[in-house]
Write a protein that binds this ligand. Structure first.
Ligand SMILES: [Zn+2]
Length: 437
């Protein structure tokens, strides 16, 4: 018998790989941080002697979800300003609140709150864009959360930096610090075409190529963004970004609610990724990303929640269901975005967009053990005919019981293992009071 760390037996395993829709009564064998085999439970017991044996007889195991667009620390602005259009919400509420309240301590507590919520919701990796990326990276690394940390850039001075040079220099320090880290990678995160001018974008383009970093950017979020750009620059933002050289397989284009057919073809030809945030787009009435046409054109589409102040949660179960439902009603076609496609968008497609699909995003031999257990033995989840349908259309984040990231258990029976929940709640209440003043 081969000695290994962990055997996870489950009634259902949904690997989100190319071969299996799901597996019955199988087992995931884990040693150190990796999946070494997925095999029938009966065989696993003969072959392996594990330090830890867990049996999920009425649960499904699936890959940890990848939230491909977040502003984690903004969890502390959850519910601060609702029911407003994007520019009113940003210019009159969010940006002034950020200028007044955001500092290192705010980002530390807000990020910890966001990661706690994400782990309890079955998310094992997030793709962030916010001020003090050094703090976000440090908090994620300390908790043992996988993350891609955006090195933010915006034309105007903020609490993080004052000039384009300062944004880039401070970002590059964060990149240097986390180079080669097991869980943390970095990307450039210019905020949006309307907040970053050509010169810094050219510099980012050159550096992204040199350092092999991804570029994470809000693009074509609203019709207003397009009409303003046409008025000011005489061209649509995607055309401008293409001329600047930013449309590459490293680009993560967030939102994309305004797309012409030729732009969908362009994204497909350039191999750029689209990050769809259906709930944020609905709440801010930004528009609807044409997901079905993008998928048909071969564009990789991943899912993100956006921040908790425009959503108002970091719930990827909700986001999967919203993505499927919104695609169906917007195309008046109930076959649009199937449960399987929604599940792929929340897992493997996110890994592809972040350039980490060799590490995570599916349950396959050699990949990191980023796994979640979802309890199907509840009043809300019986009976069960198809676990894939169940994960998308029936389960909620409250049904996530256990979470592993890189082989380490970070949630056990809904209790966080690497976060002091009571202290975190008190820290959040203290910040809550200062914002109410
Ligand atoms: Zn955003």
């Amino acid at each position: 018998m081969e000695k290994i760390d962990t055997l996870l037996h489950a009634r259902w395993i949904v690997p989100v790989d190319d071969k299996h829709r799901y597996l019955d009564n199988h087992c995931i064998a884990i040693n150190e941080d990796k999946i070494i085999e997925i095999l029938p439970s009966s065989e696993a017991e003969r072959k392996y002697q594990a330090n830890v044996n867990r049996h999920f007889n009425k649960s499904a195991l699936m890959p940890g979800m990848i939230n491909s667009h977040t502003h984690a620390a903004m969890n502390l602005f959850r519910g601060l300003a609702d029911d407003l259009n994007l520019m009113d919400w940003l210019e009159n509420h969010i940006w002034p609140a950020e200028a007044k309240h955001v500092n290192e301590g705010f980002v530390q507590t807000g990020t910890e709150l966001a990661i706690a919520e994400m782990i309890r919701s079955g998310t094992t990796c997030f793709n962030d864009m916010y001020f003090f990326p050094d703090v976000t990276a440090r908090v994620a690394a300390n908790i043992g959360m996988r993350a891609s940390i955006g090195l933010i850039m915006i034309d105007f001075p903020t609490v993080w930096a004052s000039t384009p040079e300062e944004y880039i220099d401070k970002g590059l320090n964060v990149f240097d610090h986390y180079k080669g880290h097991d869980l943390i990678k970095t990307s450039f995160a210019p905020h949006a075409p309307y907040t970053v001018s050509d010169e810094p974008l050219k510099r980012i383009c050159t550096l992204a190529n040199e350092l092999e970093l991804n570029v994470h950017m809000h693009i074509h979020e609203t019709a207003f963004e397009i009409s303003e750009a046409e008025k000011n620059n005489g061209q649509r933002p995607l055309t401008r970004l293409n001329e600047l050289g930013l449309l590459t397989p490293s680009l993560q284009a967030v939102h994309m609610t305004q797309l012409q057919d030729k732009e969908i073809d362009l994204l497909s030809a350039m191999g750029s990724h689209v990050i769809h945030c259906p709930e944020s787009n609905m709440k801010l009435a930004s528009g609807i990303c044409p997901v079905t046409q993008l998928l048909d054109a071969g564009v990789n589409v991943a899912l993100g929640t956006d921040s908790s102040s425009s959503n108002n949660d970091l719930d990827m179960f909700g986001e999967m269901r919203s993505a499927a439902m919104l695609a169906k009603i917007s195309s008046m076609d109930a076959t649009a975005v199937s449960a399987e496609q929604a599940l792929q968008m929340a897992t493997i497609n996110g890994a592809k967009a972040l350039g980490i699909d060799d590490i995570t995003g599916s349950l396959e031999v050699g990949k990191s053990a980023d796994i979640i257990a979802v309890n199907f033995d509840t009043i809300e989840t019986i009976p069960i005919y198809d676990p894939v349908s169940h994960l998308v259309y029936c389960s909620s984040r409250e049904h996530v019981t256990d979470v592993w990231i890189a082989g380490k258990q970070r949630l056990t029976d809904r209790v966080l293992n690497s976060i002091d929940e009571d202290k975190l709640k008190q820290d959040c209440r203290d910040i809550n009071k200062t914002l109410e003043k």
